[in-house]
Every structure is written in structure tokens, then in C-alpha cells.
Write a protein that binds this ligand. Structure first.
Ligand code: UD1
Length: 420
């Protein structure tokens, strides 16, 4: 079992390089299934979810060459279309691979995906959309088997702008007969990144970043090199980690335009923010101000930064509130923060929390229950009196590259240990 051990009390100060985006890299790696030519991606983060995806791609028959953040994938010899259950369970985004397999081979078999324990996370919208594209589904106890003679471009109305369902429809439609139109599509920057990557290969994906995406089917794709966008959730985490410790930071190689709402929220809390090209600077105020936040699909406030801002707001003067509108079970980590002395109340059917300012946060042994909730415990550990041990750090490693190393460079006392 991996744990972070943190001795609190140090201000963060310095600069950090923003890693490549986890949520972009996952669907972009899936494009390699669609494209039988070799493709090279740069800025691929070294995180567990990517390692799982690479294992699945290798299992399917892809040849993969990885050097640091550069990965070259050749999928011309893929000889399987079944995703193994134990790997499928490791991370939710593996469901995206199904859309790519169906897009190229017109068949796929997989089990229900895993991922963080932050709600039911069904895949009904994915299945409904793929059925509209002509895919037939057969389910047995553990497996979903899908096949189609062909993929037929059609109009798909999403009941909710699901990120994963939007990506799956795009991937499945690249080689469709005719044109697919997605209404109420997700508008996240990672969808734009996926569309840019596919279009560089020769696909025709229009309207990414808006709520109506059009995919005109093509016959073939060409080899490419593509650089994955910076991770906006990692950038937001480092900004909050600095703000909670009253520090100063420069985040290099970031994408400030993907963080507009987050940067405005940090300004409202009292942080000084300046941006130039790909750099974001933050200077924390002496006293943070309380605020109310509500998570929404992009361009609203991102649900993935809700746990991170919860930790930050335990130091804000007055009472703050957060309402979670995307996932129904995202507040488990609050119980762990309360063990450290935070004053968080879960209210309104577990949909809202109220956070009171806490004068003393104490170092304790706490447990990660999910990726971002786990990261919020690390932030709280940075300001705790004494030593905090964040157990089950495996969750955090799913989505943060070198978190301990980067925090140490900024002045934190943190190490990752392996407790047997
Ligand atoms: C992606 C991100 C995740 C982020 C989330 C919302 C990746 C790898 N993960 O997850 O970090 O928190 O977007 O911004 O990109 N839903 C259904 N049925 C479906 C699909 C989704 O009811 O078929 C619901 C979910 O339970 C959830 C909401 O829709 O309540 C949003 O889910 P979705 O946008 O699909 O998130 P993911 O793609 O899983």
C-alpha cells in the first residue's frame, strides 16, 4: 500500500511544469486503434491510468514504443477486440477504447468500466448513442459484446453532455457511412484536443468546443505526431496547493484559457493571478475569502477541482458552500478532512457542503477514497500541524504525475512510501 507522508507548515514557492492532460491523453491514445498507421504522441503523462491503457493496447496487439513523455503506437497488427476485465476495471476511461474498436473493426467486447468511487457512473448514454449508430449489443453477466455491419452516420441527442459519451461517439463515427451530428455534446477542452488530433490524421470533426459536433465519415487516416494539451486539473491543484500555504507559484507550459472559470474563482478568493502566454502566476493573499461554488459541465466550474477547492476553503474566512451537480457521491473525502480538524458539513442529500474556517488542522492518518478526494487530503496535509499520512495513494497516482517530486521542488516536505 502506498502512502504520502507530509510534514505540514511549509509555504510553496517556485515554478512547476504542467504535465500533459490525463483526460485528453486517454481518448487520444484510443485514436491509435482507429489509425492503422504509426502515430506519435508527445506530452503523455506518466500516470497509472495511462499505464493501464497502454497495457490494454499491447494486449490488443499494438506495438508501443515509449520514451519519457513520447509514445509511438502502431496498431496495424491488432488481432483482438476484447478488452480484459481486470484492466477494464482499473479505470473508467477504458470504455473509450470500445468506441475506437467499433469504429475500426465493427466489434468490441468489454465489461463495465471501473474508475473512482464518486457515484454510479453508468454508461447508458454511450450504449444508447452507439445503438443509434447501428451497433447491436448483447449483455451477459460480466460482458458487453457489440457488433455492427457498418456504422451509419445519424443524429444523436445526448440527455446530458457526457464527456465520455461524446468522445465515444466521435471515435465510433470517424469511419461512418455518412454524417453524425451530436446535439448537447460536451464542450470540454479535452474534446477539442481529441478533435484536433483526429483532424490532423485526416478525420473530419467539426464544432468541437460547442454543443453541436458534426463528424463526416472518412475512408482512411494518415500517420501523425501530436502534442497533448496541458492538464488543467493538475494546474488547478498546484494553484490551490500554493494558495492554501500562502505561497507563490509560476505554472509553466499551462493552458490558461482552459482554466478561465477556475482562475476567476481563485481571484474571488483573494489570490493575485497573472497570465502570459503559457504561464500562470499566483500570489496567495494573507487571508483567503469564503465563497460559494457550484460545479457544472464546461465552461462551468469543473467537478474534478471541487475536492481541491474544498481543502482550500477550510482556510477561508467565513463560511463557504459547494454544490456538486455532476456526480452524486463526491463528498466522501470530507469525512477524512474532518478527521484532520476541518469543519465541513454534508447537506441536502449529499449534494452540498458547508465549510467553516478552521484555525487548526492536525496531522493525522487518513485514507484516499478516490483520485481528487485523495489529492485534497495531500493539500490539507501541507498546512497541518505535524505529520499527515495519506493512505491508499494509488488512487492519486492514477492521475498525478510525480506529485511528491513536484511539491518537494516547491518546498513541501512530502514523500511517497510503500507500507507493506
Ligand atoms: C470525464 C472525466 C472526469 C470528469 C467528468 C466530468 C475522463 C477520463 N474523465 O468523466 O475526470 O470528472 O468527465 O467532467 O475524461 N452519465 C450517465 N450515463 C452515461 C455517462 C455519464 O448517467 O452513460 C453521468 C455520470 O454518471 C455523471 C455525469 O453523467 O453523473 C457526467 O459524466 P461524464 O461527463 O460522462 O464523465 P466521464 O466521461 O466519466
Amino acid at each position: 500500500m502506498l502512502s504520502y507522508v507530509i510534514k505540514g507548515g511549509n509555504k510553496l514557492n517556485g515554478e512547476v511544469i504542467n504535465s500533459g492532460s490525463k483526460n485528453s491523453a486517454l481518448p487520444i491514445l484510443a485514436t491509435s486503434i482507429l489509425n492503422p498507421n504509426p502515430v506519435t504522441f508527445y506530452n503523455v503523462p506518466e500516470i497509472e491510468d495511462i499505464k493501464t491503457t497502454i497495457k490494454i493496447l499491447r494486449f490488443l496487439g499494438c506495438k508501443i514504443d515509449k520514451v519519457c513523455d513520447k509514445i509511438t503506437i502502431s496498431s496495424c497488427d491488432i488481432n483482438k477486440t476484447e478488452i480484459p476485465e481486470e484492466l477494464m476495471h482499473k479505470c473508467r476511461s477504458t470504455v473509450i477504447l470500445a468506441g475506437a474498436l467499433i469504429g475500426r473493426f465493427k466489434k468490441a467486447s468489454f465489461s463495465f468500466p471501473g474508475g473512482c468511487n464518486i457515484g454510479a457512473r453508468p454508461i447508458d448514454l454511450h450504449i444508447k448513442a452507439l445503438k443509434k449508430l447501428g451497433v447491436r449489443f448483447n449483455e451477459n453477466k460480466n460482458n458487453i459484446i457489440c457488433k455492427s455491419k457498418n456504422i451509419y452516420g445519424t443524429k444523436i441527442n445526448l440527455d446530458f453532455p457526457s464527456v465520455g459519451a461524446t468522445e465515444n461517439i466521435i471515435l465510433a463515427s470517424v469511419y461512418a457511412n455518412g454524417t453524425t451530428k451530436i446535439y448537447n455534446s460536451a464542450r470540454e477542452p479535452e474534446i477539442i484536443d481529441l478533435a484536433n488530433c483526429l483532424n490532423k490524421m485526416g478525420a473530419k470533426v467539426y464544432g468541437a468546443g460547442t454543443n453541436k459536433i458534426t463528424i463526416v465519415g472518412v475512408n482512411k487516416l494518415k500517420p501523425i505526431n501530436y502534442r497533448i494539451m496541458p492538464d488543467r486539473i493538475e494546474a488547478g491543484t498546484f494553484l490551490c496547493a500554493t494558495a492554501i500555504t500562502n505561497g507563490k507559484i509560476r505554472i509553466l507550459q499551462a493552458n490558461p484559457s482552459s482554466l478561465v472559470n477556475v482562475l476567476l474563482t481563485l481571484k474571488e478568493i483573494g489570490c493575485k493571478i497573472s497570465i502570459s502566454n503559457n504561464t500562470i502566476r499566483l500570489i496567495a493573499p494573507k487571508q483567503l475569502k469564503a465563497i460559494s461554488i457550484e460545479t457544472q459541465p464546461y465552461p462551468g466550474f469543473p467537478t474534478d477541482l471541487e475536492p481541491i477547492f474544498t481543502a482550500l476553503l477550510t482556510k477561508a474566512k467565513g463560511g463557504s458552500r459547494i454544490r456538486e451537480n455532476i456526480f452524486e457521491n463526491r463528498f466522501e473525502f470530507c469525512k477524512e478532512l474532518n478527521k484532520m480538524g476541518a469543519k465541513i458539513k454534508i447537506e441536502n442529500n449529499e449534494r452540498e457542503i458547508s465549510i467553516k474556517e478552521t484555525n487548526e488542522i492536525k496531522g493525522k492518518t487518513v485514507k484516499s477514497k478516490d483520485l481528487r478526494g485523495g489529492a485534497s487530503l495531500v493539500l490539507e496535509g501541507l498546512i497541518a500541524n505535524g505529520t499527515t499520512i495519506v493512505e491508499d495513494a494509488e488512487y492519486i497516482l492514477r492521475g498525478y504525475e510525480n506529485l511528491d517530486k513536484k511539491l518537494r521542488k516547491l518546498g513541501a516536505e512530502i514523500k511517497l512510501i510503500n507500507k507493506k
